[in-house]
Design a protein around this ligand. Sequence first.
Ligand SMILES: Cc1cc2nc3c(=O)[nH]c(=O)nc-3n(C[C@H](O)[C@H](O)[C@H](O)COP(=O)(O)OP(=O)(O)OC[C@H]3O[C@@H](n4cnc5c(N)ncnc54)[C@H](O)[C@@H]3O)c2cc1C
Length: 401
Amino acid sequence: MNTQHEAGMATTHRVLILGAGYAGMAAAIQLAARVKRRDGVQVTLVNPQERFTERLRLHMTATGQQLAEMNITELLEGTGAQFVRGWVTAVDADAKTVRSDDDRVLHYDTLVYGLGSVADTTAVPGVEDYVYTLNSAQDAELLADRLARLGSGTVVVGGSGLTGIESAAEIAERHPELNVVLLGRQEPGATMNPKAKAYLHSALERLGVQVRSGVEMMKVLPDSVELAGGENIVADVVLWTSGTRMSPLAAAAGLTVDERGRIVTDATLRSVSHPEVYAVGDAAAIRQGYGVMHGTCQGGMPTGVHAAVSIARALKGRKPKPFRFGYYHTPVSLGRHDAVVQFTHPDDSPRRVYLTGRRAAWYKETVSASPWPAYGRMKKIPSSGAFWPRGGRFTRVQDAR
Ligand SMILES: Cc1cc2nc3c(=O)[nH]c(=O)nc-3n(C[C@H](O)[C@H](O)[C@H](O)COP(=O)(O)OP(=O)(O)OC[C@H]3O[C@@H](n4cnc5c(N)ncnc54)[C@H](O)[C@@H]3O)c2cc1C
């Protein structure tokens, strides 16, 4: 533990990174690799678990599949960055301190806020009481245990976005003894081109997933989900993937947040209200020429790298550069042997090109497996983390804040 972080000594520039998800991890490795030989900079990463959570694969955890052990402390070894295990309970943006659940107080000069997002369990009555989520590895393991003991019955997946689709497909493939119903407002694959979408629907049908789109879930009961209009869908288990919710810590600290609780950033990823705070990943509301980015790993890792590069520049007295990012794909797994990959324009609208079947499953697997080796490469060659599509004309128009 870095005593300077706790005692608030001013001899060192203290960079505190909250959350070791895809974005926070990228920020920590990138920054530590850039400043490791320089005195006077301390990088500290805070996360509740020492094991890295592969959020992209939590639907696999939820169906009892074992994931590789990825240890955050081991990855940080040799970088000079420190790891603090803890759950952050408060940020004091005036005192520049962070409090954790064991009453530890950590001081910072620069904060990188990467606490991610979770499924929104607050919007519909009964959700808090009766559903399972994929918010953490522990939550996914609870669901795996329940599904393994069920034997027969119906699993309702609430939310027909990408997480809902991947989860429904995975459960149907691993548990053919269960009925799987996918419920949501939007048609699965709504943003894909018609052929990719048609493939997605045929794959869900092949797996036996019953899709009910265009429905509004009004209430979750112990044994069913009530839809608008009064229809009840019987459910032995409900997995909730609908909507996202942010940690309340940023808003409580007085940072400017958007209507969803995400920290509003300037073009360089600094908080518009507190420029010593950088926001990355799902927790940040980052405006590009095409609009505010939505939470993904493909965009989250670049935000972490960019924040780290900006901090390293600022430490040398140089101005941070604007962040630019353009989407390039939407890979969706459909069990372990099938997938659909929709290639996109930088604003996330679909291109004509898409992949399906085993080639798409291989592509998706390659994408899911890539972050950890990327961190390893960044540790040795920091600039290797700086390759991502900048979005061309789609991102050229920047907010001049
Ligand atoms: C099943 C599933 C499949 C997905 N598939 C894809 C995909 O194919 N492609 C894609 O781009 N995106 C995908 N996503 C979305 C993607 O996982 C997220 O956009 C991404 O994880 C965001 O990264 P992040 O670093 O911002 O947050 P996270 O990865 O969620 O990390 C946040 C970290 O902060 C920690 N944390 C939270 N609160 C606190 C606290 N109070 N104190 C301390 N630590 C805290 C968490 O424990 C976690 O380690 C998927 C998501 C799910 C659930």
